[in-house]
Design a binder for this molecule. Sequence first.
Ligand code: PMP
Length: 422
Amino acid sequence: MPTSHELFLEASKIIPGGVNSPVRACRSVGCEPLFIASAKGSKVTTVEGKEYIDFVESWGPMLLGHCHPEVSSALHTAVDLGTSYGAPCPNEVVLAKLILEAMPNMEMVRMVNSGTEATMSALRLARACTKRNKLIKFEGCYHGHADAFLASAGSGVATLSIPGTPGVPDVVVADTLLAAYNDLDAVKAHFEKNPKDIAAIIVEPMAGNMGLVKPAKGFLEGLRELCTKYGALLIFDEVITGFRLDFGGAQKRYNVKPDLTTLGKIIGGGLPVGAYAGKREYMSQIAPSGNVYQAGTLSGNPLAMAAGIATLNVLKKSDYNALESRVKRFCEELTAAFKANGITAFINSEASMFTIFFEGIEPQNFSDVKKASTEIYSKFYQHMRNEGILLAPSAFEVAMVSFAHSEADFEKTLQAASRFKI
Ligand code: PMP
């Protein structure tokens, strides 16, 4: 088997940047990517045969860990029944029911193939329902790579410091109004200036794509009130938070009701999937029951449905509180380990996610996030990678913990972090 380095050289000749999604190139942390041969539980194994404790978890989907036996078994069964029909299959109904039971504020759901498709389609629907064009989004939030969202976006757009993306027409992003996360006054000002033009607010109800930023008390409630007052739709982008912050997502944890919700990652158990959901009055406007066109050859794919159902059925019985307490304690231990080495770091954590802001403060928004040291993060990333631990290859992301992470994994990670010196 060629090494990761050899594969990367080869890939770079025929795949842009050598990767099929930008951040995984590891450029911002001064490394080359590791090519993964297999994964199991909390670990991934590279083509060189080296095992790593994985805190990327495919950027969120693998909340149960890799190759969970019930998910694998559902997939093995499904694969022999055919991989795509282009016609409805029973499991689409089963997964739709599971999602709607978990998020009772939603009444109908449409499956798509990625988070990007979910947000893009939800925006189209919001525009159609309100007959308005403008959108409010928050700096540092990422909602996939559809044109309208590529204004001051998080994730790879932030990591690579891409100010605006060539190829996105100015007229498209001209309808995207920006506000700082947690800044209700800025949102209010947009509404006062455009009282009849704003179709929707899209928000990560807990931001994960600029590193972890929590919603301040009253922020999500304030967005809800403003949307109701001005007749705009509130879209919760729960591609990361859905089934992770709580089985019922951020809307359950924070008890705020959005009009539309976008989902991805976990609901496909590691297969390519996304979904958007909402009240019947909105969702019934989607074709073929309504005129808002949205379609997909592979949507509701039988393999993705099988993996999603198995994942949600296991998660339903999982102890989210226990995982959250363990992650919280781990973050405290990590902060103390840094302190012992003279390193200051603010670790923000929520449920099974955390971000280390070296020399940073508790962030309220993207400007606060940028006060933290990306240089120290890069050194830390490299140090941990040498120690057999994989973190997100960017300071502007969250570390994901799964139900498969063991006491030994936490202990090994803590020991490795306590050997980090600057
Ligand atoms: N929304 C959020 C909140 C995300 O985190 C992401 C992906 N990281 C997306 C949308 C886009 O999802 P995908 O990469 O599946 O297109």
